[in-house]
Design a protein around this ligand. Structure first.
Ligand SMILES: Nc1nc2c(c(=O)[nH]1)N[C@H]1C(S)=C(S)[C@@H](COP(=O)(O)O)O[C@H]1N2
Ligand SMILES: [Mo]
Length: 201
């Protein structure tokens, strides 16, 4: 089990875990740019695609659940300034997906794509090393549809808009292109500790 970004409340104050400009909330707000898609698990699949759109890997829902799983307990930081500390997730790491695909990343960036059309760009460096998941459980239960279930990307060390809900695949890119929020003025990377909220921050 991999645990990152979590330290005991007895060892440290919450302020050490709250990036600049953020406040801590116990709520788990729902932020969706559109309606909640509901794809039946029987027809769901997840893919890795190369920069030309060729499929490098495809798995069904059952195949995803059969891959080695990782657990992360992490703090979430939304660019609208709420942070939620100590959230527990389970899913398949990007690293494990590469293993299953039998591929090294063919390009240094990906565009995550989703049911409903949302996209977000992430660098491969921000996905590697078991720090990012295709997550399907939250707090020990199947991930609720409004929070991205059946599965969402989880890239907890970046602002939460990078954690694409209802994710269906990652397309590799040789040059970094902007996803949905990034093309509306948000930062290409979005590191909350550097307060990279908007392009130019
Ligand atoms: N597909 C999809 N993923 C998305 C979004 C979205 O609108 N659609 N919103 C993003 C934003 S801005 C945030 S803050 C988080 C919110 O996740 P939550 O609704 O589970 O809190 O999801 C991110 N992932
Ligand atoms: Mo957000």
């Amino acid at each position: 089990m991999v645990t990152r970004g979590f330290r005991s409340k007895h060892a440290t104050g919450a302020s050490d875990r709250t990036p600049p400009g953020q406040y801590v909330t116990a709520e788990f707000p729902v932020l969706s740019a559109g309606p909640t898609p509901r794809t039946p698990l029987a027809t769901w699949w997840f893919t890795l695609e190369d920069a030309q759109g060729n499929e490098l890997y495809r798995c069904t829902w059952d195949e995803l659940l059969a891959l080695p799983a990782s657990e992360l307990t992490v703090d979430l930081h939304c660019v609208t300034k709420w942070s939620k500390l100590g959230t527990r997730w389970k899913g398949v790491s990007f690293e494990a997906l590469l293993q299953a695909a039998g591929h090294e990343p063919p390009a240094p960036y990906v565009m995550a794509f989703c049911d409903g059309g949302y996209t977000t760009n992430v660098s491969v460096a921000d996905l590697r090393g078991d720090q990012a998941l295709v997550a399907y459980e939250y707090e020990g239960a199947p991930l609720a549809a409004e929070h991205g279930g059946p599965a969402r990307l989880l890239v907890p060390h970046l602002y939460f808009w990078k954690s694409a809900k209802w994710v269906r695949g990652l397309r590799f890119m040789h040059t970094e292109r902007a996803g949905f929020w990034e093309s509306h003025g948000y930062h290409l990377r979005g590191d909350p500790w550097k307060e990279q909220r908007y392009a130019g921050d």
